[in-house]
Design a binder for this molecule. Sequence first.
Ligand SMILES: [Zn+2]
Length: 120
Amino acid sequence: MKLDATFINDRKNDLEQRKNELLKELNMDAVKVTGDDYDARFPDFGEKEDENAAEVAMFEKNLSMEKTLEVSLFNVKRALEKIEAGNYGICEKCGAPINPKRLEAFPSASTCMECKKKSL
Ligand SMILES: [Zn+2]
């Protein structure tokens, strides 16, 4: 079964939109951007002990948020590359076509539902 061009084009639009949202979130105060690399920002609240503790707590929050966003962005970019390469919608693990319903709900999916279930 081959995905039709309209379907792929719709997913491409979804992915582009998602990419822009992610880039916007990554460019917020919590994250420091260096070229293509993103790092959680270490906040500066002051030198007092409670301020230092608050900085560490904030940094940990920024760090986990930054990781999540960066992984999502990576997956979105990879899905877009696959559209360009013409192998979008193929499971990376078993090579089977990914259910279009799954791609609609989750356009950056790189594995089919069966493989996803196995990896959980
Ligand atoms: Zn699979």
